[in-house]
Design a protein around this ligand. Structure first.
Ligand code: 4AD
Ligand code: MG
Length: 479
């Protein structure tokens, strides 16, 4: 008999017809010779109730219907007398597809997040992780649909690379050699000549540089793939392996970039509200009572567009009025998460797109703002900064912090090279990147959205390890 998914069985009104459902037992209870099984097959957060008369089943089968066991149930679909569910199944036969004894790690309800991370191979079977993972899938669909509908091409950038896009030096090396066997030159530098690629290679931290090659040919592209960062930061916002979405667009200026960032995030949030209602309602009830309200709130807000220099002024004013910050926030300092949170959660109480950052802590490829005679610069809407700035535009979100990092790119060859020299960078491996500025260079811009940070926001979860099936963090690569 053909199997009906639980999601379809719950919607069906073909009462009286015989159906077959398959899934895992969430719970079983009994009363006066009647048993009730809550069965879930992952197609929806909702369980279907299986009802049966003990007398119609042999004792051995009934004993094997335990939490976690996998069943195939045939029975009659009937209208349910119980509140909160339209239909249920009156079982006529039950086959145990897989037994589950009392060593099952998910026996008890209310296990901690920490505990569930130690059983990451099974936690997708819990209600919460089921909901998160279905939402994660839906967000991926939202992203592809958004870009496809807006004329962007899905562009595949390499995962193995010889260049460090962000220049932060936190890359995982890729080699086929036993590290002890690598030859060194007189200065003690490793010779990669006989390694697989004949040069030093690593896992990519960002597909942006290759994305720019796509944008300057196809007009508008996006990437969506895993990225890797060997940052030894054990925070609830960092993974060593995370998924990034990187649109890159020719002829896009700073204002249009911010429009794109805002429109894109809102589209994803709206998609979740439109397509993940049951899962969001579950999370809203169990995890975070203000989740749906917060998601709806974001759609109504106009994001604040704030030059960094103005942000610093607001932070210093707060300090003067008695606000305590652990880290300094003088002009030129990279903002700590306490500063971002103050601006987003306390001062503006809505998402902030921050722009025109000091050159000192942003990447080499960003468009440089016009410098003034006194060493300052002029940026967004004529705002003046006391030092050199670049057109980086990050989106800061409540409780998440930085959700998007982006910028307009420096398209002028000489200016880009001047920056490369200032940083003492070695561009041997980036000769191809520089060619975009030599041959038909064009204004362009793009950004990177951390997929898991978006999922954090949309699910209301607190730790990034709990919005990816198998998190990779320092000292943790199990499963
Ligand atoms: O700000 P980042 O480093 O920007 C770039 O890599 C640019 N090349 C992107 C571009 O312009 N195409 O990273 C972009 C985003 C961050 O805003 C954050 O959401 C996420 O990637 N991110 C991380 N997410 C999880 N774990 C980490 N270790 C992350 N590092 C960055
Ligand atoms: Mg960043």
């Amino acid at each position: 008999m053909k199997r009906t998914k639980v999601i379809d069985a719950l919607k069906s009104t073909a009462y009286g017809s015989e159906i077959c459902v398959k899934g895992w037992v969430r719970s079983k209870r009994g009363s006066k010779g009647i048993f009730f099984i809550a069965l879930n097959d992952g197609s929806t957060i909702k369980n279907i109730q299986i009802v049966g008369d003990d007398a119609n089943f042999d004792e051995e089968t009934l004993k094997r219907i335990t939490t976690g066991a996998c069943l195939s149930v045939v029975g009659k679909l009937v209208e349910s007398p119980a509140a909160g569910q339209a239909s249920e199944v009156q079982a006529t036969s039950i086959e145990i597809l897989g037994d589950c004894d009392n060593t099952y790690p998910l026996q008890k309800k209310g296990a901690s997040w920490e505990y569930l991370r130690t059983v990451a191979h099974l936690r997708p079977r819990t209600n919460t992780f089921g909901a998160i993972l279905r939402i994660r899938h839906n967000m991926a669909m939202a992203i592809h649909t958004y870009f496809h509908e807006h004329g962007y091409f899905y562009f595949h950038t390499p995962l193995i690379t010889a260049s460090d896009c962000e220049g932060a030096g936190n890359m995982f090396q890729v080699t086929t050699k036993n590290l002890y066997d690598l030859k060194k030159d007189e200065q003690g530098k490793i010779i990669y000549d006989d390694d697989f690629f004949g040069e030093q290679t690593s896992l990519t931290v960002s597909g942006q540089l290759e994305g720019e090659l796509g944008a300057t040919a196809l007009g508008a592209i996006y990437t969506f793939g895993p990225t890797f960062r060997a940052e030894n930061s054990n925070t609830p916002r960092h993974l060593a392996e995370f998924w990034m979405i990187e649109p890159e667009v020719a002829f896009l200026d700073q204002e249009e970039l911010m429009d794109l960032e805002e429109d894109f995030i809102k589209y994803c949030v709206k998609w979740a509200l439109d397509n993940c209602k049951d899962d969001l309602e579950f999370l809203n009830k169990m995890i975070d009572k203000t989740l749906i309200e917060r998601l709806e709130g974001v759609l109504k807000e106009t994001f604040v567009r704030l030059p960094y220099t103005e942000g610093i002024r607001i932070l210093q004013e707060a300090k003067a009025n008695g606000k305590k910050f652990e880290f300094p926030c003088e002009w030129g300092d990279d903002l700590a998460s306490e500063h971002e949170r103050y601006l987003v959660e306390e001062h503006f109480k809505k998402p902030v797109i921050m722009t025109d950052y000091p050159r000192s802590f942003k990447s080499f490829y960003m468009k440089q703002n016009q410098e003034t005679a006194d060493g300052g610069s002029v940026g967004y809407k004529g705002a003046v900064a006391p030092g050199p700035t670049m057109q980086g535009t990050d989106v800061l979100f409540p409780s998440i912090g930085e959700i998007i990092g982006g910028s307009v790119r420096e398209e002028n060859y000489d200016k880009l090279m001047a920056e490369v020299d200032r940083r003492g960078m070695d561009l041997t491996h980036l000769w191809w990147y520089l060619d975009t500025r030599k041959y038909g260079s064009c204004p362009h811009a793009g950004f990177g959205l951390g997929f898991e940070r978006l999922i954090l926001f949309v699910t209301g979860m607190q730790n990034i390890r709990d919005v990816i099936p198998f998190p990779r963090t320092p000292r943790n690569a199990e499963f």
